[in-house]
Design a protein around this ligand. Structure first.
Ligand SMILES: C[S@@+](CC[C@H](N)C(=O)[O-])C[C@H]1O[C@@H](n2cnc3c(N)ncnc32)[C@H](O)[C@@H]1O
Length: 339
């Protein structure tokens, strides 16, 4: 290409960037205006504003109180410098539309990540801040990890856990920062047990408990591989009236044997949890794996009700952000010889 042709195509792509930035800002401002009213009425300060609304602008934008988390999902097609310019323009458009300083909007690129990268441990940082949700307080960090400490698509699932927890022994598997457990404990669960492999996230969970003035005595944090934990717990007499099973789609930490693959392993995990339920207890099973197919055949004898319509919040345009089932310990399970 000669230099004149180069200049022409640079100018064309710059025009396109300007047009896209404007489109992005307009859509964000429009969504925000609409959602702000809903959020105020619902007493929600962290919510999704933009959810890949425009196919050529594959971003998710989440507000966390007075900051925002902007994630880009597109595969890089441009050269690195052009991509950087384009991203900067979209970043500025998002901040401008929300009337936030640029440094309050944290931009992350999610493509190309290795499966386990999202859970790696990074250095502690002063970037933690506190948000509130339904009378609970949570520590959030937008900069140091790929995820933030609070998954917004489970806001309603957390409320459901709170509503089911009173007087029950609650087990939270793959607990991450312990947000389901905090809801359960605040709703007067008899006890909570939160299990995760990661010391970093268990420590974060401990800080979330402290922040909500919940006593450590009744709220146990266990560092373990969930698969092993279930095996061990089956041998004990400890049983639970409510279990939350929200595994990552895939995990291959050094601290566990083999890999965890929710598609391959969900039947064993669900059955394992059923064996830990006390009579009359129930299990909430959820997955974010987009391509997930429940093995209904292998779980035919289990009473499962899909409740995703109830658990996916209204600010998520993508109604398949997660799927969630409520599974009751019941006659069908007891008769089936599952245990
Ligand atoms: C997607 S997060 C779970 C989200 C969480 N349930 C919530 O909504 O806040 C995945 C968590 O699983 C943990 N994890 C991954 N593999 C594990 C395993 N085999 N046993 C225990 N925890 C595991 C990670 O450390 C991480 O905290």
């Amino acid at each position: 290409m000669d230099s004149q042709q180069n200049n022409t195509s640079d100018a064309a792509s710059e025009d396109q960037t300007v047009r896209q930035a404007e489109m992005f800002a307009n859509r964000i401002a429009k969504n925000y205006k609409h959602l702000k009213k809903w959020a105020k009425n619902a007493d929600v300060e962290c919510f999704r504003i933009y959810d890949r609304d425009i196919p050529e602008l594959p971003f998710a934008l989440d507000l966390y109180s007075d900051r925002a988390h902007l994630q880009e999902y597109s595969k890089p097609v441009m050269d690195v410098r052009a991509q950087r310019r384009w991203l900067t323009a979209m970043h500025e458009a998002a901040a401008g539309a929300l009337k936030l300083p640029l440094q309050s909007v944290v931009l992350k690129q999610r493509h190309g990540q290795r499966p386990n990268e999202q859970y790696r441990k990074l250095a502690a940082s002063a970037q933690d801040f506190v948000v509130q949700e339904g009378g609970h307080r949570f520590i959030v960090n937008l900069t140091d990890h790929l995820d933030t400490g609070l998954f917004l698509d489970h806001r309603q699932t957390r409320a459901l856990v709170g509503s089911l927890a009173r007087g029950r022994r609650v087990l939270n598997l793959f607990c991450y920062t312990g947000t389901f457990s905090v809801y359960a404990a605040k709703s007067h669960a008899a006890s909570t047990t939160s299990v995760d492999l990661s010391k970093t996230y268990l420590d974060w969970a401990r800080r979330n408990f402290e922040l909500n003035r919940l006593e450590p005595g009744r709220n146990r944090l266990v560092q373990a591989d969930v698969v092993r934990f279930i095996e061990e717990e089956r041998k004990s007499k400890d049983r639970y009236e409510l279990i939350v099973l929200d595994p990552p789609s895939f995990s291959n930490s050094k601290r566990m044997q083999g890999v965890l693959d929710v598609q391959r392993d969900h039947v064993a995990l669900v059955r394992g949890c059923l064996s830990l339920l006390a009579p009359g207890g129930e299990l909430l099973f959820s997955t974010n794996l987009r391509s997930f197919k429940l093995d209904a055949g292998a779980l035919a004898e289990v009473q499962m009700t899909e409740i995703s319509e109830q658990t996916v919040p209204p600010d998520f345009r993508n109604r398949r952000i997660h799927r969630c089932w409520r599974i009751q310990e019941g006659l069908r399970t007891r008769d089936s010889g599952l245990r």
